[in-house]
Structures are given as C-alpha cells and as structure tokens.
Design a binder for this molecule. Structure first.
Ligand code: B16
Ligand code: MG
Length: 220
C-alpha cells in the first residue's frame, strides 16, 4: 500500500525562508524597541503574519500599545521587507532532496500538495520554478486559523480529493507537527527539536521515497 498523497509545508521544508522571515521581523521589532533572536523566531514558524506580530509585541511587553490599524501597518512593513528579500530566491534555493522526491512521487503516481499559511507561497514556488510539481496548493488567504490548527492541511487534502488518514504531512515546525497530527495524517518532522512526529528526520536529505514508503508500511 502507498499513501494517496504527501502534503508539504513550504517554509523550512521546501526552502529556507524562515531566516528571511526572521531578518524582516528582527528589523521591524528593532524599530519598535523589541529584541528577538533566532530561538524566539522558532516559535513563529507556521504562525500567520498577524499572530506573529502579536507574539512579538507580547514578547516585548507592548501587547496593548498599538491599535488594529497600526498593527496592520507594522505587518505590511514587515511583509515589504520580506518580499524584497525573496528576490534572492532562485531554483537553487530548494532544500536538498526535495526536487528529486517530488519527481519520484510523480512517477509513483502519489499526489503532492502544499500546506503553507504564507500568503507569499505562490510567489515563492514561482521563484523556485516548482509550481507545476504540486497537484494542489491550499490557499492561505482562505484559512481562518493558522497552525497548530489542522485547517490548512485539511484544505490541502480536500483539494487533492484524498482522505487525511491516507496521507503523510511533512513539517519543520512544532506548530506544524501538531497541525498534521490533529488532521489525522501521519506526520514526518524535519529537524532535531520537534516532539510528537510519527517519524523524525534530521534534514531534508533523508526525505526519500524509500524512507517514506518504509515508514508507511509500519503499523500506526
Ligand atoms: P506570510 P509555512 C509560514 O509559512 C511561516 O512559517 C511563518 O513564519 C509566517 O509568518 C507565515 O507563513 C505567514 O507568512 O507573512 O508570508 O504570509 O511554514 O506555513 O510555510
Ligand atoms: Mg515550516
């Protein structure tokens, strides 16, 4: 038996945009007199733009300091910095093994989906020249709740016309692993500090079809 589909997170699984998010947020936080570091940035992975700003303000003790419209302006400033930094993405920015895995999944007739809460996901896939490698990309603009809620993963499964129980989800963020587990899919984590993943791999280089296939054969 094979899984019906593999659903990928974008940021940290397909390409390393987490660092670019960090640089943009750090500049904005700095302008607000708030210090954030890479460790704090880990807690923003998979979290929507608006919720990320709220977490940064809370971290800096400035939660109630800005109105909704001021927060929207701050978020827009962060996004402008982030989008500008995306200009450095090229097809070479894809993480090791990912392009090969997607090509193999096509040969194996396993559907591929994307579950990213980033509103910039379509532009990033285009910059990486990967849009055609996915059968369905869930639309982050239609999502009410970011990860750890399963909504984006369920939307990807729905768009692929597959049952979540018959699919694997791949994530590098703790909130993402929780979202996959809550969706009923089997979870594969990339990294060393994740808890609760059904399978944990150190880097995307280990993410091969033989590895995923062997994992799928195991009893849950
Ligand atoms: P944007 P993912 C998430 O992408 C990022 O991990 C998170 O850091 C970011 O705040 C969120 O997208 C929204 O991104 O500001 O570009 O809309 O991990 O779900 O692929
Ligand atoms: Mg991620």
């Amino acid at each position: 038996m094979k899984p019906q589909a593999i659903v990928f997170d974008l940021d940290g699984v397909i390409t390393d945009t987490a660092h670019l998010h960090f640089l943009a947020w750090r500049q904005v936080a700095d302008e607000l007199g708030i210090v954030i570091d890479e460790e704090f940035n880990d807690s923003l992975k998979g979290i929507s733009r608006g919720e990320s700003l709220l977490r940064i303000l809370r971290h800096g003790g400035k939660e109630g300091a800005f109105s909704q419209s001021e927060r929207e302006q701050i978020s827009a400033r962060k996004n402008a910095l982030y989008v500008d930094s995306l200009r450095r993405l090229t097809p070479e920015s894809v993480l090791p093994g990912i392009r090969e895995l997607l090509a193999t999944l096509r040969t194996e007739q396993i559907k591929t989906g994307l579950a990213s809460v980033s509103l910039n996901a379509p532009a990033i896939l285009q910059a990486l020249q990967m849009t055609s490698l996915f059968d369905f990309c869930a639309n982050a603009a239609l999502i009410q709740r970011s990860k750890p809620d399963p909504e984006i993963f369920l939307a990807a499964c729905s768009g692929l016309h597959v049952n979540p129980q018959a699919c694997i989800g791949i994530e590098d963020a703790q909130a993402g692993i929780e979202a996959i587990n809550a969706s009923g899919m089997r979870s594969v984590g990339i990294g060393s500090s994740l808890t609760g993943a059904d399978l944990l791999l150190p880097t995307t280089e280990f993410l091969t079809w033989p590895c995923l296939s062997a994992f799928w054969q195991l009893d849950k």
